[in-house]
Design a protein around this ligand. Structure first.
Ligand code: FES
Length: 102
């Protein structure tokens, strides 16, 4: 069964930025790329970096710990030292609220 989890309002996440959300045991980063919303795990797969505190450039997020980077849309690790894919989530926006389906 699919679980639909409400994360935040669309207005909570500024354009080109990310917001850290903790819900139901998950620690997530919600990204606003050109007013489209994407959700990944917040924890970098390389170490303790919080990706919501990283730098967003187009559809990439660079971890502020060792400067590895991921594609926000696919979770692919694109820059060393990151090699392990980041978990991404299916996002639904309804009535100005952002949800993930898991
Ligand atoms: S913890 Fe993110 S690049 Fe090392």
């Amino acid at each position: 069964m699919t679980n639909k989890i409400e994360l935040c309002k669309v207005t909570d996440v500024k354009l080109g930025e990310a917001l850290k959300i903790e819900k139901e045991g998950l620690v997530l980063a919600v990204f606003n790329i050109d007013s489209e919303f994407f959700v990944t795990d917040d924890l970098c797969t390389h170490g303790p970096g919080s990706l919501s505190e990283g730098w967003v450039l187009d559809d990439l997020v660079e971890c502020n710990f060792h400067n590895g980077a991921f594609n926000i849309k696919t979770g692919e690790a694109v820059t060393a030292p990151c090699t392990e894919k980041l978990r991404t989530y299916q996002v639904v926006v309804e009535n100005q609220l952002i949800y993930i389906l898991i």
